[in-house]
Design a protein around this ligand. Structure first.
Ligand code: BT5
Length: 249
């Protein structure tokens, strides 16, 4: 079922009923020299997560990849993941769903509210740099929208499950794109909004980083997207990448 867009969006929207991966399509468009395109699909058959993991893409989702050409150094790429998480969270909240952000790239809802709930959305940001500048950047956003629990992996939820009825995906996607567009050139607002909606801050966390495991309390987020963790010996560490688990206190 096509997603109906009623209004103009800040991006050129390319809609697909079914596609392998919207991130792959956005890369092709990058090679063609395009910018500010949102590839949107109803179903994804070969969706990708981070670290060679997969992403289930049953029909009824909102799978979108935003192709950007920001005037920024490659090191700033993580801030676009934060912006995408904020945009999804705001659009989900406007649809009546109590969504929260889990560092670095998830949006959660429902479940056991205390630790943030189940996975509603995952984000995969990819880019290519040219010397000290981003050539193109793709923010890939997978939202379980009008999808039933039996089409999703364990630990996942959807907007439909949380609301008890389907969401208007046109309105949802429109709001997501608008919010992302408002935030994308304003890192201070991105960080501020991220803190406001974070599930991770204040939690005891274990982060698996390329350099080893870090355990402590997540106390802040820092530009361009690091999690600041206070370890048990009182040190503050900035974690730039890794998988994060919310632990019971
Ligand atoms: C992510 O990876 O969460 C990033 C997912 C990005 C998907 C979007 S869809 C549009 C664009 N095009 C793409 O091809 N990709 C992007 P990661 O943090 O590695 O989490 C992946 C894990 O989430 C999997 O190993 C599963 O455990 C779980 N998972 C898979 N599908 C899911 C779903 N639909 N809902 C919730 N969890 C899921």
């Amino acid at each position: 079922a096509a997603i109906e867009f009623g209004l103009d969006t800040p991006f050129d929207v390319e809609f697909h009923d079914s596609i392998g991966s919207t991130n792959e399509r956005a890369r092709e468009l990058a090679d063609e020299g395009r910018a500010d395109v949102a590839v949107v699909a109803d179903e994804q058959t070969a969706g990708r997560g981070r670290l060679d993991r997969g992403w289930s893409g049953p029909a009824g989702g909102v799978y979108t990849s935003l192709l950007l050409r920001p005037d920024a150094p490659p090191a700033h790429a993580p801030v676009y993941t934060l912006a995408a998480a904020v945009a999804v969270t705001r659009a989900a909240r406007e649809a009546g769903v109590d969504a929260r952000i889990k560092w670095p790239n998830d949006v959660l809802a429902g479940g056991s509210g205390e630790r943030g709930g189940k996975k509603l959305c995952g984000i995969l940001t990819e880019m290519e740099g040219e010397a000290d500048r981003v050539a193109w950047l793709v923010a890939g956003i997978g939202v379980n929208a009008n999808v039933d629990a039996d089409a999703l992996p364990e630990g996942a939820t959807s907007l439909q499950i949380e609301r008890g009825e389907p969401v208007d995906r046109g309105v949802f996607t429109q709001r997501l794109l608008e919010t992302f567009d408002e935030l994308r050139n304003d890192p201070d607002s991105i960080l501020e909004a991220w803190r406001e909606h974070a599930a991770t801050l204040g939690q005891r966390v274990r982060v698996d980083t390329p350099g080893g495991e870090i355990v402590g309390e997540a106390v802040d987020v820092a530009f361009p997207g690091a999690l600041v963790v206070e370890t048990d010996d009182g040190e503050r560490e900035r974690v730039t990448a890794g998988d994060c688990e919310h632990l019971r206190p």
